[in-house]
Design a protein around this ligand. Structure first.
Ligand code: FES
Length: 140
């Protein structure tokens, strides 16, 4: 039996996934308590460094949750985030760390159940992978 409870950092866009998380909460939709949400004005603000630092500082997994494609309030922030998530995955792969630890999701503010399902999916994925080898490597 796997008793490992992962810590998952979520970079969540103010306009969509953060509101979706709120909706999930107010609708009493259950999802695992493993996520720690960091609200950002747009996922375009997230850099590869933010993602890797989250892993170094204790997260076992990280995902970025932005507006649906074509609906970013800053036009292309979510596309930039998608590219940066892909770059972070490539860097992790180069040092033999599972790229699945980092993901990008798109959702609207009305998708509280999707927010909960993504949290469940990520929690299960990271539970299967086990603790991140990068955990606790932050020396600053
Ligand atoms: Fe939501 Fe850009 S405003 S991802």
């Amino acid at each position: 039996m796997n008793n490992f409870e992962p810590l998952i950092a979520v970079f969540s866009c103010h306009y969509c996934s953060y509101a979706a998380a709120d909706l999930a909460g107010s609708s009493r939709i259950q999802y695992p308590p493993n996520t720690r949400i960091i609200k950002v004005p747009c996922t375009g603000r997230i850099s590869v460094n933010h993602i890797l630092r989250a892993l170094e500082c204790g997260a076992d997994g990280v995902y970025v949750a932005g507006c649906l494609e074509g609906t970013c309030h800053f036009v292309s922030g979510n596309f930039k985030a998608k590219q940066r998530v892909q770059s972070a995955k490539s860097l992790l792969g180069e040092i033999n760390i599972e790229p699945e630890r980092v993901q990008m999701y798109f959702m609207s503010a009305a998708e509280g159940s999707k927010f909960a399902n993504v949290a469940k999916e990520m929690t299960e994925t990271i539970k299967e992978l086990g603790p991140s080898p990068l955990k606790g490597t932050n020396t600053q």
